[in-house]
Ligand binder design. Sequence first.
Ligand code: PRP
Ligand code: URA
Length: 209
Amino acid sequence: MGKVYVFDHPLIQHKLTIIRDKNTGTKAFRELVDEVATLMMYEITRELPLEDVEVETPVATAKSKVLAGKKLGVIPILRAGLGMVDGIVKLIPAAKIGHVGLYRDPETLKPVEYYVKLPSDIEERELIVTDPMLATGGSAIEAINSIKNRGAKQISLMCLIAAPEGVEAVKEAHPDINIYVAGLDEKLNEKGYIIPGLGDAGDRLFGTK
Ligand code: PRP
Ligand code: URA
């Protein structure tokens, strides 16, 4: 059974406040999303398994540890999920990156898939789906359906901000996955925007409107 984790680390919370601020421009927004993704990934990887190894230092043999277990993959939901990839890969440079392209139809709020390209060995990887916003949950549910249909087995979802409605929808559709968020907000408005949220994540990251 998956769990929902809300990261309360002071640095994450401080940076999230600046990200939310409507006066934060594209450059700072992009840098902060990247930084928060790194900090969240640091927390997420706390439980990764280790194995014992020996390493020759310049003076002796040390009994030390390296990461064991499955390799990681990062699957950003285009567009806005892209903003979190570099921050994760800084910590896990060997991670492979797949892409799922979805946009939310502004009328129906339903996700429309337009692109999927995944690493060939996704069934052997622990996958982290990234998207700054979990609103109705439609996009995340569809992206996870899409990668499960192509063989993905171990999946978690990493978002900056989630609405309770989105969290509940993902938990119901995919009870097996962990959901990691920096902020759990109040509600959705009638247009499916997260309140208070941060506005349109893709537009703020890429400077579009
Ligand atoms: C935004 C956001 C999520 C989705 C969340 O993407 O990045 O993917 O909406 O909404 P949902 O939980 O109700 O599905 P958008 O459709 O605006 O596309 P973009 O990333 O290309 O801007
Ligand atoms: N997508 C966004 O970018 N922002 C929201 O508040 C909801 C969906």
